[in-house]
Design a protein around this ligand. Structure first.
Ligand SMILES: *Cc1c(COP(=O)(O)O)cnc(C)c1O
Length: 437
């Protein structure tokens, strides 16, 4: 069996993987990362960039440079030279804006993801007795659910009354976009806010962000997206889609390291709106008067006014190293082109080698998926968790999400076609040898 891939035909042989790697114009980018090593000292088959991206080789230099500046300059480092720490976050905004399809003044790098969701909901969840509901997924990432639940309580409302939960149809693992749109329509004038993922963390499903935004705006609700699994994975157009706000972490597809500093987006329409409620701190007030230490707040007229505290420079330095690799790649468009070929190839191998022994929960259509696959072992006599653990013993890094999914993400920045081939070969062998539960 074979399928066409440009000029190449897929086969299940290792030669096809080698040919695809040889023809890959982005293959050299792998050398920009340290791939974690396995038990044999060789690079692992590292397919878990959906959880923690690999470290850019340059990250140590970028962080080291800030440590040196600190050693040499001390407090003067805040104001000295092109890497001055006071405006350091400004260095990241243009590159981050390109990743999410935003204008530079719509994006700020700050805090962590859940913190940013809270800060943005302070501004964009403004319930009234009539309009108080928040639409989220039934199976939202727990942190998002907790954040919304607590925001509802904080305004004196009851989550049982104010949370609208959308879930997949019985027997389906993924959301039907029409169900989301219908739920928005049905909530109508009682709907204050929609908070949904760009890419669903469990299934890898991409939601139609532009359509959801338009539907929510039609009923008068605000819309935010959690882009934890979308930023750096798929091309985004937050500005043009007219999204109100968004937040994302950077340690997944943006390779900034554990606990890396997060991103936030506020649409241009809102950035200078003085009427939006906001939690204030000194890093949101005008830069030219900030150090006069006055207590009259004058908001920076960009997304920076959502900043509360001064920035974590060492974390930002590591992130800059990764954003520079995205620039080297030419941005998300060529990366997505490679990713789509990797998705096709992975689909082909799953079908050709594993057949019906593995079910992929991720939607088939390219427009509804990023690079993450959500694989389920179909034979109920086989313990999927044990298979996942065996993958680890074979130097394959992927992850397990309860109740029964192995998440695998070939990341076009540093994963090869050979990585995908090796993964499928090992999974094939493990399924033959798999212990019953
Ligand atoms: C990874 C992830 C988080 C993690 O939140 P932190 O605040 O960075 O710990 C939250 N929500 C979603 C959807 C995620 O995928």
């Amino acid at each position: 069996m074979s399928a066409a891939a440009g000029s190449l035909s897929f086969t299940a042989d290792a030669e096809t993987a080698a040919e695809l790697d040889a023809a890959d114009p982005l293959a050299d980018l792998r050398s920009q990362f340290h791939i974690p090593v396995g038990s044999d000292g060789q690079p692992q088959t590292y397919l878990v960039g959906n959880s923690l991206g690999a470290v850019p080789v340059e990250a140590a230099n970028y962080v080291g440079e800030e440590l040196s500046r600190w050693a040499k300059l001390g407090v003067a480092g805040h104001f000295d030279g092109p890497l001055a720490w006071e405006p350091y976050h400004e260095l990241l905004a243009p590159q981050m804006a390109a990743i999410v399809g935003a204008n530079t003044d719509e994006v700020v790098v700050m805090n962590s993801l859940t913190v940013n969701l809270h800060l943005l909901m302070v501004s964009f969840y403004n319930p009234t007795p009539q309009r108080h509901k928040v639409l989220i997924e039934q199976h939202a990432f727990p942190s998002d659910h907790f954040a919304v639940e607590s925001q509802i309580r904080q305004r004196g409302n009851d989550p049982a009354e104010s949370m609208v939960l959308v879930s997949p149809q019985p027997g389906s693992d993924t959301l039907d976009p029409e169900d989301i749109l219908a739920a928005i329509e049905e909530a109508g004038s009682s709907l204050a806010m929609v908070l949904l993922p760009g890419v669903q963390y469990y299934t890898g499903q991409v939601l139609p962000m532009a359509r959801i935004t338009a539907a929510a705006h039609r009923v008068g609700a605000t819309v935010g997206f959690d882009l934890a699994h979308a930023a750096g994975n798929i091309p985004l157009e937050l500005h043009d889609w007219d999204v109100d706000f968004a937040a994302w972490c950077t340690y997944k597809y943006l390779n900034s390291g554990p606990g890396g500093v997060a991103g936030a987006f506020v649409h241009q329409r809102h950035v200078a709106n003085p009427d939006l409620p906001k939690f204030l701190g000194w890093w949101g007030t005008r830069k030219d008067t900030r150090f006069q230490m006055g207590t009259v707040y004058e908001a920076i007229p960009t997304a920076e006014s959502w900043q509360v505290s001064n920035a974590p420079i060492l974390a930002m330095a590591a992130l800059r190293a990764s954003l520079d690799v995205f620039d080297k790649a030419g941005g998300l468009v060529p990366l997505r082109e490679k990713s789509e070929l990797q998705i096709d190839y992975f689909d082909y191998l799953l079908e050709a080698v594993l057949g019906n022994r593995i079910q992929n929960l991720t939607p088939k259509a390219l427009g509804q998926r990023g690079c993450q696959f959500a694989l389920r072992v179909t034979n109920p006599a086989v313990d999927g968790r044990a298979v996942y653990e065996q993958l680890g013993h074979n130097d394959v890094a992927c992850d397990w999400r309860y109740p029964d999914v192995i998440r695998v993400a070939p990341v076009p920045l540093y994963n090869s076609f050979t990585d995908i081939h090796r993964f499928v070969q090992i999974l094939d062998r493990l399924l033959v040898e798999a212990p019953s539960q």
